[in-house]
Design a protein around this ligand. Structure first.
Ligand code: 4AD
Ligand code: MG
Length: 458
């Protein structure tokens, strides 16, 4: 269908002004006066609507009455002109209704609550809010790829169905073709009959396979869906979320922290530079001061704080936390938010966590208690990155696995990496939805995914 994107009209108005153009889109709103009717048309290519002007002296009202319907899909011809009111608008000469829209269309009002829009995920991309969310999500993805591609990383596609458990937290979905009822007497018998002849899961992380790729390709990143069957019904947890996981050989914990900081600043700057309308919109609709926040993140240094010092700060804060603070405890949301929102007021890398609360693969520090791991915490959200140097000493790694009751025979290939030409290497995982929340000010992870999957909701 020959037509011009509305974004193109607004980007290069001079090459269209005064000329005939054809545009397509959906009616966001319309209004009527005695001699003129107006339609705000949006085609999804940019946040701005194109105002269509119908002059009743030149066109009979009957010829366009079916177009004056919220939600209707139109193809419109007319003259693109500059206007004092709007910058630019279109004087319509002909209109074709591509798809009519009956009165029960749920998006009749200008502003609906986000809770209501969650009940109609198939329609919410037609609202300004979600058009902006998905525009930023798309640009952020592009920036992520650009950063890694320009820095010599190879994009690898790690499997989604896996037999191993990367994080060891026992929160995995099973992949099975078995009927719900069987005659199996034991678990072994059951899994032996299943598609793979063994238990299979949806991956919680591409890291282990990412390490295998990196110890050949040098620097890799993954960018794909990961799954967690956690029963965490919070605004920051989804059962299906996208994760970006670089893995870098010949890099220790300090190297990877520097990479993570440079990377986060790069992708935020890219969005600030390339999505000005969306950021301005979210500054109004989602988070006051968003633009200033993002600019200050790009230009200031992130804090690097030892876990042990973090515990001291929390203890001295005089705050009553829901979960008490003691050395050895995992930092809870309340603790993370105090550190990053109240104490430092900027992103904080908490480094050297107790080994007992972290995953088996993390490098054990000489103190025998902590691991070379860090979480990046940001105001408003808490953890957005989980990061570590990997344990490369075969014996130490095996011991950490045995201590956690892991079956070594399922990790033979992973252990091989430490046997054959082992090298210092480090990596991190960034949650796509969490960074998107941070960049837009969107408060609920359910509003960053096209079709959010959370406990009890599919
Ligand atoms: O801290 P996590 O569990 O780390 C890993 O999976 C490592 N294997 C990463 C690595 O070193 N390659 O998860 C990484 C990030 C978190 O910081 C968070 O941003 C996001 O993934 N995340 C979730 N996002 C949404 N919903 C959930 N249920 C999430 N769980 C983790
Ligand atoms: Mg984590």
């Amino acid at each position: 269908m020959k037509h011009t994107d509305i974004k193109e009209l607004f980007t290069n108005p001079d090459s269209f002004t005064g000329g005939e153009v054809t545009v397509c889109g959906w009616v966001r709103t319309w209004r009527d006066s005695k001699s003129i009717s107006f339609i705000e048309l949006n085609d999804g290519t940019c946040l701005k609507n194109l105002q269509l002007v119908f002059d009743k002296e030149k066109m009979s009202a009957d010829s366009f009455k079916d177009a004056l319907v919220v939600g209707a899909a139109l193809k419109v011809e007319g003259n693109f002109i500059s206007s004092e009111r709007n910058g630019y608008e279109m004087t319509v000469s002909g209109v074709e209704v591509l798809g009519g829209c009956p009165q029960d269309y749920p998006l009749q009002k200008k502003h609906h609550t986000l809770e209501f829009l969650r009940t109609i995920p198939h329609l919410r991309p037609r609202t300004k809010y979600f058009e902006a969310v998905f525009a930023v999500r798309s640009r952020l993805s592009y920036a992520i790829h650009t950063y890694f591609q320009e820095h010599g990383y190879k994009y690898v596609h790690t499997p989604i169905i896996t037999g191993s458990d990367c994080e060891g937290a026992g929160e995995m979905f099973r992949a099975t073709t078995m009927p719900w009822k069987t005659d199996c007497k034991t678990e072994q018998e059951y899994f032996a009959q299943d598609f793979f002849g063994r238990r299979a899961n949806l991956t919680v992380s591409g890291q282990l396979e990412g390490e295998m790729a990196a110890t050949g390709l040098g620097k890799i990143y993954t960018f794909g869906p990961t799954f967690r069957a956690e029963h965490s019904n919070t605004t920051r947890h989804a059962a299906e979320f996208w994760q970006i996981e670089p893995e870098v050989c010949f890099a220790d914990i300090n190297d990877i922290i520097a990479i993570a900081e440079e990377f986060i600043k790069y992708i935020i700057k890219d969005v600030v530079d390339n999505c000005p309308d969306e950021i301005a919109y979210f500054s109004e609709r989602a988070e006051k001061g968003l633009a200033e926040k993002l600019n200050s993140v790009i230009t200031s240094d992130f804090v690097k704080l030892d876990y042990t010092d973090a515990i001291e700060i929390l203890k001295k804060s005089g705050k009553e936390f829901k979960y008490p603070v003691e050395w050895g405890c995992d930092l809870q949301t309340g603790h993370e938010r105090y550190l990053t929102e109240e104490h430092f007021k900027k992103p904080v890398f908490v480094v050297n966590y107790p080994a007992d609360i972290k995953a088996f693969y993390m490098k054990q520090n000489p103190d025998g208690k902590t691991v070379a791991a860090t979480d990046l915490l940001v105001p408003g959200i808490g953890e957005i990155i989980g990061c570590s140097e990997r344990e490369v000493d075969l014996e130490k790694l095996k011991n950490a696995m045995i201590k956690r009751g892991m079956p070594l025979e399922s990790y033979v290939e992973y252990l091989d990496l430490r046997k054959y030409g082992t090298v210092p290497h480090s990596g991190f995982g960034l949650g796509m939805e969490r960074i998107l929340m941070y960049v837009t000010g969107v408060q609920n992870i359910r509003d960053t995914l096209l079709f959010p999957r959370t406990v009890g909701s599919l």
